[in-house]
Design a protein around this ligand. Structure first.
Ligand code: PLP
Length: 303
């Protein structure tokens, strides 16, 4: 993989409060299919694997049926013309995956699937060992792509333009993205992570991966991972109407909503300069809308 030459835009979201400025860095625009943080988390993982020059290369990774990371890994494997295997959580979708837009997309990119029970999925270490024995030449990438090489890749989301901000914000799933921002940001910067998942181990994982403490974590998950309520849908639709920036309902929508709440509650001191990272995930909108329609709920408007 090469570092793309595209200049990622940083766009202002006007905030009428205490001289606070809020900007969003459109990391989602880095690649149409390997979007946002996924590109950077895969970057050094793939390059170091590639340098090792494996014969019969194969990419294996893990995820749920709507996983952005599964979609991104499949697209990358397709671009590199190597096979890929997705270990998918939930045996119950074995006969229905053709109706799931994320898995359809990944399959179109050539990914094969192996569906495992939730219990087997939880025992990922055992599963990883088994996969590595079964496929000794394969690169087995952890769930969400998070590992030390992923953290290293996230440094590329920061540049001379991001230095002028006091606060950096990102949605959090497995913690690799936030750990990268925390590790590579400037001394004067503080990092806020908006948790899309109720995982108490995130604080320690991010501290260990980054080696720093200059961050705080905020719940943005509405109780548990993947909950999409009507308030959130309304927020994302209004956000798009006002700023013409699409947000996804699992990560970036939840981050922006909670960030707006913190601004309204005067969490940030006068004159703060805040930068939120748009980490992509827009492929998930179609799957979310399919589910919302089945439940007769309002959907995310065409973005
Ligand atoms: C759109 C989006 N935002 C944020 C995240 C969270 O990243 P991480 O798992 O590194 O915490 C993910 C997961 O990769 C994602 O797909």
């Amino acid at each position: 993989m090469e570092i793309p030459k595209v200049k990622i835009p940083i766009t202002e979201i006007p905030v009428k409060r205490k001289n606070i400025s809020l900007f969003i860095k459109r990391e989602d625009l880095i690649h149409t299919e390997i979007s946002g943080n996924k590109f950077w988390k895969l970057f050094y993982n793939i390059n170091s694997y590639w340098e090792a020059n494996p014969s019969n290369p194969l990419l294996i990774t893990f995820g749920g049926a709507f996983s952005n990371h599964i979609a991104a890994t499949a697209a990358l494997a397709n671009e590199l013309k190597i096979p890929s295997l997705g270990i998918i959580r939930g045996e119950e979708i074995i006969d229905k995956w053709q109706h799931n837009p994320t898995l359809q997309l990944a399959h179109k990119k050539g990914m094969n699937f192996r569906f495992v029970t939730r219990q087997q999925y939880r025992e990922k270490e055992k599963l990883t060992q088994w996969l590595q024995t079964e496929f000794p030449n394969a690169l087995v990438i952890p769930e969400g792509g998070t590992n030390p090489l992923a953290v290293r890749g996230v440094q590329h989301m920061l540049n001379s333009d991001t230095k002028k901000f006091n606060y950096l914000c990102s949605a959090v799933g497995t913690g690799g993205t936030l750990a990268g921002l925390v590790k590579y940001c400037e001394e004067h910067q503080e990092v806020l992570g908006f948790k899309a998942v109720d995982d108490p181990s995130l604080q320690e994982r991010i501290r260990l991966l980054s080696g720093r403490n200059n961050f705080s974590l905020w719940d943005a998950h509405n109780g548990r991972y993947g909950i999409i309520n009507e308030e959130l849908i309304r927020f994302i639709n209004e956000f798009y109407e006002q700023y013409h920036i699409p947000l996804d309902p699992v990560y970036t929508g939840k981050m922006m909503k909670k960030l707006f709440e913190l601004i309204d509650e005067d969490y940030f001191p006068e004159g703060s300069k805040i930068l939120a990272f748009h980490t992509g995930g827009l492929q998930g909108i179609e799957g979310a809308n399919t589910m919302l329609k089945k439940k007769n709920k309002p959907i995310l408007e065409d973005q």
